[in-house]
Design a protein around this ligand. Structure first.
Ligand SMILES: Cc1cc2nc3c(=O)[nH]c(=O)nc-3n(C[C@H](O)[C@H](O)[C@H](O)COP(=O)(O)OP(=O)(O)OC[C@H]3O[C@@H](n4cnc5c(N)ncnc54)[C@H](O)[C@@H]3O)c2cc1C
Length: 327
């Protein structure tokens, strides 16, 4: 029997969607293991009883509430390590997102635990969890078994669907955490929502990708409008140059150090087509590129190339797509 502990990130009075997905998944898996799913929330006065106990609706039977800074990895590592040390959870589970990766990795180092990252499915087998992780550009699945006392599973963004379990409010247990000195070195200056941070570019059928040719962060409105016009399963993606510049979230980055995608349609606006970008999108079914430089490398592997100023072409394309779709 093993209990599962899920980190539930919260912001402005709401629990993060990926965290609720992880709680739902944790509840399903815990019942197969004959254990319980517990959640942990970290924060200050903003963590009301109602907010903490509401996680019960997604299948957590108990919610630990730790008084420590939220949104920073190391205090959460301290809090989770204490709870796992005291109550002996067999697994820690995280929804997708950069903070989950950071906390999960820190917790693995702290506990000497095995960690599976970018997980897309988990099952219980012979009383233990087995995590599945796509590898080799998502062309194969690797299965990860844990030998450590605690196993850490970090989901890929949007891998776990939030599902209300029909359960009532969870019991809330306050936890005293003594923060390690290094966990007090960083302070939260500001929290905010990042546009497109929960984007699922790997699952999209149509990707409208923007590069440095968009000129500035606001330039992304052009590609967002176009993706919206395509509707359905469309999303906005980006090059590393623009995510490094802070114009768009890392979750949207395609390439060698980003994500590998293979949508039905990949449309590049203001992207040069560097090799490190190409390796992440070359398997797309149809590649369309808009670039003002006729010699841009991206045209060498595009099915359709449009030479011109994206500021003129993208809005026209958006109108044309809207007209074709009847709206
Ligand atoms: C180790 C390493 C790993 C990397 N990993 C990645 C990765 O994972 N993903 C990634 O994307 N990159 C990665 N890079 C960076 C990569 O080498 C390129 O620097 C990056 O992809 C360039 O991004 P870009 O195309 O947006 O910008 P640029 O190369 O600057 O291209 C901008 C393009 O926009 C065009 N343009 C400008 N204005 C307009 C306009 N008005 N209308 C139309 N076109 C216009 C220009 O002609 C140009 O071709 C990596 C680099 C290294 C060294």
């Amino acid at each position: 029997m093993a209990n599962i502990l899920v980190y539930a990130l919260h912001y402005e009075g709401a629990i993060n969607k990926n965290s609720l997905g992880a709680v739902s998944e944790g509840a399903r898996l815990a019942s197969e293991l004959g254990g319980e799913c517990h959640a942990i929330v970290v924060g200050g006065d903003d963590l009301t009883d109602d907010l903490a106990s509401s996680i019960g609706a997604y299948g957590a039977t108990k919610v630990y509430r730790a008084n420590a800074p939220e949104g920073l990895a190391q205090p959460v590592v301290d809090a989770m390590a204490k709870v796992i040390g005291d109550d002996g959870h067999g697994y820690a589970l995280f929804g997708g997102g950069l903070l989950g990766f950071e906390v999960g990795a820190g917790l693995a180092a702290r506990l000497g635990a095995g960690v599976a990252m970018e997980v897309t499915a988990v099952r219980a087998e012979d009383g233990k969890l087995v995590a599945e992780r796509p590898i080799l550009g998502d062309s194969a699945i690797s299965e990860i078994n844990f030998r450590s006392d605690v196993g850490i599973v970090i989901g890929r963004l949007n891998a776990f669907e939030p599902k209300e379990s029909g359960g009532g409010a969870a019991t809330v247990q306050d936890v005293e955490v003594e923060l390690s000195s290094h966990a007090q070195q960083a302070t939260m200056v500001q929290r905010g929502e990042q546009r497109g941070a929960d984007v699922d570019i790997e699952g999209a059928d149509v990707l409208v990708a923007g590069g440095r040719g968009l000129g500035k962060a606001e330039g992304f409105e052009l590609v967002e409008e176009l993706a919206k016009a395509f509707g359905g399963n469309s999303a906005v993606a980006a090059t590393r140059a623009v995510v490094d510049a802070g114009w768009y979230p890392y979750a949207a980055q395609i390439g060698q150090t980003g994500k590998t995608v293979a949508p039905k349609l990949y449309l590049a606006a203001g992207i040069s087509g560097a090799i490190q970008h190409k390796v992440g999108m070359q398997s797309s079914e149809n590649i369309v590129a808009i670039n003002k430089d006729a010699n841009a490398p991206i045209f060498e592997f595009s099915d359709l190339g449009i030479v011109g100023d994206l500021n003129k072409i993208v809005p026209k394309l958006t109108e044309a797509v809207k007209a074709k779709k009847g709206g």
